[in-house]
Design a protein around this ligand. Sequence first.
Ligand code: UDX
Length: 462
Amino acid sequence: MTLRISVIGTGYLGATHAACMAELGYEVIGLDVDTAKLEALAAGVLPFHEPGLPELLRKHVASGHLRFTDSYAEVAAGADIHFITVGTPQRADSQSADMSYVDGSVDSLLEHITGEALIVGKSTVPVGTARRLSEKIAQSAKQGSDIALAWNPEFLREGFAVQDTLRPDRLVYGLQDGRGLELLRKVYAPILALDTPEIATDLETAELVKVAANAFLATKISFINAFAEVTETVGGDIKVLADAIGHDKRIGRRFLNAGVGFGGGCLPKDIRALQARVSELGLSQTMGFLAEVDQINLRRRDRVVSLASHMLGNELAGKQVCVLGVTFKPDSDDVRDSPALDIAVRLYNEGAEVSVYDPEGNANAARRFPRLNYVDSCKEAAQKADLTLVLTEWNEFREMNPSDLADVVASKQLIDGRNVLDRPEWRKQGWTITGPGEYFELGNMAPATTSIPVQAKPAASA
Ligand code: UDX
């Protein structure tokens, strides 16, 4: 019999998981409380940008393998496995994760499940949540029902969500007394057939794998950004440094790109929630280094704002600034905790006129900060700009030629916030260009209105 699956919460993770489960050949029902979102999904329209996902959604809505509802009764009757993919955002009043959506969805399922079922948590949660939920299930499940709980963290990256779901680096299941293992192996059989490593463990380990992975990635980025602070002061080339240490297979080159730092809906919130959780456990010192990781990350933004101010003669008021990229990373329209958008807004708050172009992020950014001037091309954003900043490494910006903007800007000054431009080439064409990790003598700036050459030291650091 075809497996019947429900996916509770059709945000980023849930919409991806639902479409990918349908792609594996199962009968899938997606549940959400947001009826506008459900209507869009049912019509095959994805409310966010994710390469490859709209095609999968449309294919399986059309085939009838994937449908959507807001009814827990329908989901409880129509599926045997329920994946919980609701959000666990940072609470407004603290660094902790808000667990109300996870608890609410489990409570609603328990009200309606009358037979045998497996609930599988996928949301990123504070360690101990699954154990607590399994006690809730034991206490509140309906008479005659038989419900097991497993934890199956998700490691998908925005921009690669489909690929990461269908070809993950590993599958992790947290189990209680091995319950649910057989069913999970059945669900993931096509993925396991690709020799995907499988780790079956206890509930706590499964919860921790996810936060440990994200904490490690955040630490790796802040590690190289801390060295960027050093090269900014004494000279040196941060990219060459990253390449050189990255050749050591124990270190690896990935996630060693210095720049404006990490953002998005996961890494910042997850390292904060982890600190909050270990404090609750009486271990506040244990993850103390993550506070430093967070601080290093936030200092990247300060650095770019200071650079911009100095390049504009310490006076942002009235200056025309062009910002290329506002999403937290390329191939995404997500501006949650985006360093790029934060920097754009701070420049605006200091009095600059800020024109923004992002291939996918303008609409989301405009909803949050309508006062920036959102336009439809690099050239439009760069009109009369006294300074241009590249803050998200979209291919469109990487491939930009220095001559593309030269005619429209007021001043050929640029901050390469993601270290992706060929700085020597831009310099050859008369631009003053610098960016994170590069020696730049802030103290030696000439007065406003003068275009000041960047002091690269040594020349190879360009
Ligand atoms: C992350 C994890 O990678 C993923 O496994 C988890 O499931 C969710 O969180 P995501 O938020 O989509 O995924 O983005 P990711 O590609 O990890 O990038 C996070 C941030 O780090 C981005 O702002 C990116 O620009 C930044 N970054 C990444 C760097 O600044 N330098 C790097 O070297 C790598």
